[in-house]
Design a protein. Structure first.
Length: 277
């Protein structure tokens, strides 16, 4: 049986990035600084620009066997030799909560939700990674699946997501999420269960889904839509530069395409489905 890596090929990753574009990049005058209004219990001490921000991606080559039985793909590249998958994962840091807690995520074009391990998860896969502690955040809100705030004594909704050979189960939270100085309150999933295989072997803590809004749990879960609606992005795009050398950094940029990484003109390709897939 042919075994397929969870990690998608670079060319397909770039095609998914282009699919997020909904119109020609917006032109006009230089962006002005905008005060970030965080959630009600949060703070306005951090500022963002109607601009862009780049996250340096850590690069890690791994070896293993993974079978994909879902539509979820993790950013990276893959080659197969004698049934053994040789893959490269690219991941970076975001901040969640107030005060912010740093979480390392893989940037996933095949899913739409932010998923982070929660402090209430005691599985080995969670304990090996940085967990988000909601009790330490002044702005976190427990949510239900329909996007409403959960009552104090209500039974909380949960969601189970399948990733290849493993699965994650978690509840819904709403809190401040920042990529550098680009910040927005948004909903995400705090995992309460993670299967040992494959998550305990990963170097990153969670997954930041970057698919179009149609593949999210709801409007509040799309990081790109939330940043755009908050006036944080120069353009409604993100772009990825993947280096295959240790002498040059890989990076993901939110809000623009960095022309210094390009060898020719950008061109856009229409997609056949609203989901981008």
């Amino acid at each position: 049986m042919v075994q397929i890596s969870m990690f998608i090929a670079t060319a397909w990753l770039l095609a998914c990035i282009h699919a997020l574009k909904t119109s020609e990049p917006r032109g006009g005058s230089e962006p002005k600084a905008t005060l970030v209004q965080m959630s009600k219990l949060g703070t306005t001490s951090r500022t963002g620009l109607r601009s862009s921000h780049s996250v340096i991606l850590k690069r890690k080559a791994e070896h293993g066997k993974f079978v994909v039985n879902s539509n979820t793909s993790i950013a990276g590249s893959a080659s197969m030799l004698s049934g053994v998958v040789h893959k490269t994962a690219y991941y970076g840091n975001i901040e969640v909560g107030n005060p912010p807690q740093t979480i390392t995520v893989v940037f996933d074009t095949g899913s739409g939700n932010l998923i982070v391990p929660s402090e209430s998860c005691s599985d080995k896969a969670c304990r090996k990674h940085k967990r988000f502690d909601s009790k330490k955040s002044k702005s976190v809100v427990q949510m239900q699946a329909d996007g409403s705030a959960a009552d104090r004594d209500a039974r909380l909704d949960q969601l189970t997501v399948t990733f290849g050979t493993g699965e994650i189960t978690g509840g819904f939270l709403h809190d401040d999420v920042c990529i550098g100085l680009l910040c927005t309150p948004m909903s995400f999933i705090g995992s309460t269960h993670e299967s040992d295989e494959p998550f305990s072997s990963f170097n990153f803590d969670g997954v930041l889904g970057l698919a179009k809004a149609e593949m999210t749990q709801g409007p509040q879960f799309s990081i790109m839509d939330r940043l755009s609606n908050a006036g944080q992005l120069r353009d409604f795009v993100f772009s990825v530069f993947l280096s295959d050398s240790n002498s040059e950094d890989s990076e993901i940029t939110f809000g623009e395409v960095k022309k210094e990484h390009m060898v020719g003109d950008m061109f856009w390709v229409p997609v056949s489905r609203k989901s981008g897939y």
